[in-house]
Design a protein around this ligand. Structure first.
Ligand code: MN
Ligand code: MN
Length: 285
C-alpha cells in the first residue's frame, strides 16, 4: 500500500516512535470537576485535528519541529465519573514516561489533571519547582466539599511541595483567602508575565514542571475555555514568556482548559495548537 497519501494521525510534528522520542505528548480528556462549563475533555482530539493546519516551522524561534524527537501517544481512556481512577491512570502514565528518561507533555482536560502529572515528576525529582500560568489562583482548600477540584489543584500541589516552590503568573481571579495564601506561600506574580525573568534567574539549575492553564490568555484571544476571565495576557506575551523559559530544565509540562466547543470559530483551538508547538520547540530543540 505505498504511495497513498494519508493525513498524519498524530499532532503536527509528533510522529517519532516512543522508543526514540525524547518528549512524549499524550491527551488526558477529563473534565469531571469543572465548576462552571465542562467541555475540556474534547480538547486533545480537537488539537490533534486542528494542528494539521499549522506549519512545522516557528518563525518566532526560527526552528522546525524535529523529525525524530517527539512522540504523540494518543489520548488516555479515562473513566469520567471516577476522579480517583482517572488521576491514577494519568499518574501511572506520566511516571512511566519519566522513568524511561523522557519528558511528558500532557494536553488536558481540566486543570486537575496536572496534579497526578506533577506528583509523578515529584517522585523522580523531589526538589522540583512548578511554574504555573493561569488566570485563577487554583488555591482553594476545597470546592463544594471536594478537595480534588480544578479550582484546588495548586493547593494540592502545595500540600506536596510546601512554601516557595510554586511560581504563579497571570493570576487575576480567586477568593481573598487564595490571594492571601499566594502572597504568603507561593512566589506570586499576579496579572501578567512581565516578571518572567525572575523565574529564569531563581530556577537556574533546578528541575522545573510547567503547567499552562490557557485561560491566562485574554478572553478576546481565547474564549474557548471553561472559566473565561477578562484582562488576560496577549498571545505574543505568552510566546515570549515560553521562549524566556527555554534555558530552564523543564522535565514535564502541560496545557489545560481548552474547551473547544465554546468557540465555534475554532480560533481558540488554533491558538492552543500554536502554544503547544512553541512549548514543544522550547523543550525539545
Ligand atoms: Mn487553572
Ligand atoms: Mn484558570
Amino acid at each position: 500500500m505505498n504511495n497513498i497519501p494519508l493525513l498524519p494521525r498524530t499532532i503536527l510534528g509528533c510522529d517519532a516512535d516512543y522508543d526514540s522520542a525524547e518528549t512524549v505528548v499524550f491527551g488526558a480528556p477529563f473534565d469531571g470537576t469543572a465548576t462552571y462549563r465542562p467541555g475540556s475533555r474534547f480538547a486533545p482530539a480537537a488539537i490533534r485535528t486542528e494542528s494539521i493546519g499549522l506549519e512545522t516551522y516557528s518563525p518566532y524561534q526560527d526552528l522546525d519541529m524535529p523529525e525524530d524527537k517527539i512522540c504523540d501517544m494518543g489520548d488516555l481512556d479515562l473513566p469520567f465519573g471516577n476522579t480517583g481512577s482517572a488521576l491514577k491512570i494519568i499518574r501511572n502514565t506520566a511516571e512511566a514516561i519519566l522513568k524511561s528518561g523522557k519528558k511528558p507533555v500532557m494536553i488536558g482536560g481540566e486543570h486537575l489533571v496536572s496534579l497526578p502529572a506533577i506528583e509523578a515528576a515529584l517522585s523522580l525529582y523531589p526538589g522540583l519547582h512548578i511554574i504555573h500560568f493561569d488566570a485563577h489562583a487554583d488555591l482553594r482548600e476545597e470546592y463544594i466539599g471536594e478537595q480534588l477540584s480544578h479550582s484546588s489543584v495548586m493547593r494540592r500541589v502545595y500540600d506536596l511541595t510546601g512554601n516557595n516552590r510554586i511560581h504563579q503568573y497571570g493570576i487575576r481571579s480567586g477568593t481573598k483567602e487564595e490571594f492571601l495564601f499566594a502572597k504568603k506561600h507561593t512566589i506570586f506574580h499576579p496579572f501578567d508575565l512581565n516578571s518572567i525573568e525572575d523565574a529564569v534567574t531563581v530556577l537556574k539549575n533546578k528541575k522545573v514542571y510547567l503547567t499552562i492553564d490557557l485561560d491566562i490568555l485574554d478572553t478576546g484571544v481565547f474564549p474557548g475555555t471553561g472559566t473565561p476571565e477578562a484582562g488576560g495576557v496577549s498571545f505574543m506575551e505568552l510566546i515570549k514568556a515560553l521562549i524566556a523559559l527555554k534555558p530552564l530544565q523543564i522535565v514535564g509540562a502541560d496545557i489545560v482548559e481548552l474547551a473547544p466547543n465554546y468557540d465555534t470559530s475554532g480560533c481558540s483551538t488554533a491558538v492552543a495548537c500554536k502554544v503547544l508547538r512553541e512549548l514543544l520547540l522550547c523543550m525539545s530543540v
